[in-house]
Design a protein. Structure first.
Length: 62
């Protein structure tokens, strides 16, 4: 009886989809983190450029 339970457990594939989707979600999360961390430098630079331009425009208008 134990052999048949172990064999059925080994051959069961019900959890396979869950593992595959979990791995896919982990990959997407890691890719998103990598993209956002790379883009954050560009966004910071852009924000600083806009801030400097607004400061210059304020100074020129006064």
């Amino acid at each position: 009886m134990r052999d048949s339970i172990a064999l059925r457990f080994w051959e069961e594939e019900d959890g396979q989809d869950l593992v595959e989707y979990s791995l896919l979600m982990a990959f997407i999360a890691l890719a998103a983190i990598a993209i956002l961390s790379a883009a954050s430098k560009n966004i910071t630079t852009l924000w600083q450029d806009v801030s400097d331009a607004l400061g210059d425009a304020t100074t020129a208008a006064s």
